[in-house]
Design a protein around this ligand. Structure first.
Ligand SMILES: *Cc1c(COP(=O)(O)O)cnc(C)c1O
Length: 397
């Protein structure tokens, strides 16, 4: 019989009762160090007192009013995002895919309003992940995800990641813009080259294209800067964010320059829930924490320390881990055995992580994680590696 929850996810047989910081507690009393953070979402960790207080307080006043009225909490959050980014204006929505959909609409509309309605196509990268809506499936381009869902939505071209020459060659008179993740998350924590990122800006300026970054996973402090593109000294025209933006409350946002945003006049885009008082109350707490003195410095320092520990794991367990990659607190460990076996062994040691493409174990802890907790996580990974190496040795013998 079919489960009451549609079986679209391969779930671990594990349910959590509560969390605290970087830790999750299962109903049966086991505790887990959470280096998955609900897929890079729980940026302030679990049960963050400030987040709890703000959500409870806002829920007690008013949760939702719709975008037919002014929403002071949204104005406050947008003003903070604008003050600390390239952007001049913000649109709030509810998820990463929805943010990317809006971003593509805005790229196309900017071209149309500038006299180029024929420019509708978006260049994306192989290995990208942009979400699961019909258009974002086409933007993602992964044949496995498209299977059985009919004609892919037209308008998306794919080129190899980090290859500027092929990208230039893919530009046609119908190209409207580019949508790229500064660090590809789902396909295995692949960090964009500096040359590639800066080249994207030059190419867009040269051909009059709109430069969009999908920062759904890399944004809101994940890589040690508020937005990952800051590492590259590249100014985009538009970006999407989501995942960590409200610390676990569902929220997405599109940040754009005045040039791009100015075409989004009343009626051109919309959302019922997006940017409601409750979501924005949560978003404001996250943003205030990220902006508090020393917070981003903590993410950079802890991220670098974690990176060093992961490299040590690769040196210590070459039969289990073949490569450590990533930036800030967005890290990956490429595995030699099947990823599912490594995930299972880590889980057995009380460590939660997320799978990614390229047989990579994705480590994206809450941004408040301590260096000691990173050391603890790596000790658990070492024990998991020892168990896997034992098993492999036993089988060979
Ligand atoms: C997770 C993710 C998305 C999709 O976000 P949803 O909230 O699941 O729709 C899009 N782009 C990137 C880079 C992501 O990591």
């Amino acid at each position: 019989m079919i489960p009451v929850l549609m079986p679209t996810f391969k779930r671990a047989d594990l349910a959590f009762e509560r969390g605290e910081g970087a830790w999750l507690f299962a109903a049966d009393g086991r505790r887990f160090l959470d280096f998955g953070a609900g897929i890079a979402v729980s940026s302030l960790g679990h049960a963050h007192p400030g987040l709890i207080a703000a959500i409870a307080e806002q829920a007690g006043r008013v949760m939702h009013v719709s975008n037919l009225y002014r929403i002071p909490q949204a104005e406050e959050l947008a003003a903070k995002l604008v003050a600390h980014s390239f952007a001049d204006s913000v649109f709030f929505c509810n998820s990463g895919a929805e943010a990317n959909e809006g971003m593509v609409k805005m790229i196309r509309r900017d071209q149309a309003m500038r006299g180029h309605p024929e420019r509708t196509r978006i260049i994306c990268c192989d290995g990208a992940f942009h979400g699961r809506t019909l258009a974002m499936l086409a933007a993602t381009g992964n044949p496995a995800y498209l299977e059985g869902f009919g004609e892919p939505v037209p308008g998306f071209d794919h080129v190899p990641f980090n290859n500027l020459n092929t990208l230039r060659a893919a530009i046609t008179p119908e190209t409207a813009g580019i949508m790229v993740e500064p660090v590809q998350g789902e396909s295995g924590i692949k960090v964009a080259d500096r040359h590639f990122m800066q080249g994207l800006r030059q190419v867009c300026d040269e051909f009059g294209l709109v430069l969009g970054f999908d920062e759904v996973q890399t944004g809101m402090g994940r890589t040690g800067r508020l937005f990952a593109h800051e590492w590259y000294d590249v100014k985009p025209d538009i970006i999407s964010v989501a995942k960590g933006i409200a610390g676990g409350f569902p929220m997405g946002a599109i940040l754009a320059t005045e040039e791009v945003a100015s075409h989004m006049t009343p009626g051109t885009h919309g959302t019922t829930f997006g940017g409601n008082p409750l979501a924005c109350a949560a978003g404001n707490v996250v943003m205030d924490e990220l902006l508090s003195p020393g917070f981003m410095e903590h993410v950079r320092r802890t991220g670098e320390a974690l990176g060093g520990m992961l490299e040590q794991l690769v040196r210590d367990w070459p039969e289990v881990f073949s490569d450590a990659r990533g930036i800030g607190l967005m890290r990956g460990l490429r595995c030699v055995p099947p990823l599912a076996d490594v995930m299972q062994a880590a889980l057995h040691e009380g460590l939660l992580a997320v799978s990614a493409g390229d047989n990579v174990l994705r480590l994206v802890p809450p941004l408040i994680v301590t260096e000691d907790e990173c050391r603890d996580a790596c000790a658990r990974l070492a024990r998991a590696a020892a168990a896997l190496a034992d098993k492999a040795g036993g089988m060979a013998a």
